[in-house]
Design a protein around this ligand. Structure first.
Ligand SMILES: Cc1ncc(COP(=O)(O)O)c(C=O)c1O
Length: 235
């Protein structure tokens, strides 16, 4: 009997990850290439991380603490929020998946820029909700048009700041105007994966929005935070 894949799933164009570097070198008959895809740290893991990993390897016979008790506590202390305001994921990718599962029902809408981080569209589509794409303007999020794209069906809005793939950012004033223009029950997801690289003085303080009680989610990630030399954690 023919199996049937749900049409909204079958229509998803899968994320295409870069090939392993060994494979590229074998195909092209080259050596010594440098992989720049996926914005990974090219300099290898920190010796401190390697030491912790080898210690942790001694207890892999036990389930790990899936809730990340100590890490949540440490992050809560670091950002002066309650531990239950923090959720950890296997990368912020997983948190994006959880957000779409938690807040979107079939037919709901999620507003996002285009092009932006491709996972938003994939995850929104996977829960049978509708990604509403708003074209970038001069390679930047067009927040006034994104605000106008919000309807009574909109549950989520994604703002990738700085944006992947264009590297542009939206300013504090632009975000303030956006937050004023949309209904307070729309959850705004600020994906700040590249937060530690921002130097602009007019970059928005989204943590202040959270502390003011707005419905916002801030995504941060350890995968981009260290670029190998001295990282430059902010704030
Ligand atoms: C804008 C943005 N958000 C989220 C992610 C996901 O990162 P991770 O799952 O490693 O936290 C990436 C990865 O490239 C990204 O560029």
């Amino acid at each position: 009997m023919a199996i049937r894949i749900s049409p909204h799933i079958a229509g998803i164009v899968p994320y295409s990850p870069g090939k392993p570097i060994e494979e590229v070198e074998r195909e092209l008959g080259i050596t010594g290439s440098i992989k720049l895809a996926s914005n990974e740290n090219p300099r290898g893991p920190s010796p401190k991380a390697l030491a912790v990993l080898s210690e942790a390897a001694k207890t892999v016979n036990r389930y790990p603490d899936g809730g990340g008790y100590y890490l949540r506590d440490a992050l809560a202390e670091r950002w002066k929020v309650a531990p239950d305001q923090i959720i950890l994921g296997n990368g912020s990718d997983e948190v994006i998946t959880l957000l779409t599962k938690a807040f979107l029902e079939p037919g709901d809408e999620a507003v996002m820029a285009d092009p932006s981080f491709v996972i938003y569209k994939i995850d929104v589509t996977a829960v049978h909700a509708k990604p509403v794409l708003v074209a970038l303007k001069n390679h930047r999020h067009d927040l006034p048009t994104m605000a106008k794209a919000v309807t009574t069906k909109t549950r989520l809005a994604f703002i990738c700041n700085p944006n992947n793939p264009t590297g542009t950012y939206v300013t504090a004033a632009e975000v303030t105007a956006f937050m004023q223009a949309i209904p307070p029950d729309v959850i705004v997801v600020f994906d700040e994966a590249y937060y530690e690289y921002v130097t602009a003085a007019d970059y928005p303080d989204t943590m202040a929005l959270l502390k003011a009680g707005r419905n916002v989610v801030l995504l941060r990630t350890f995968s981009k935070i260290y670029e190998g030399r001295a990282g430059r954690p902010r704030g």
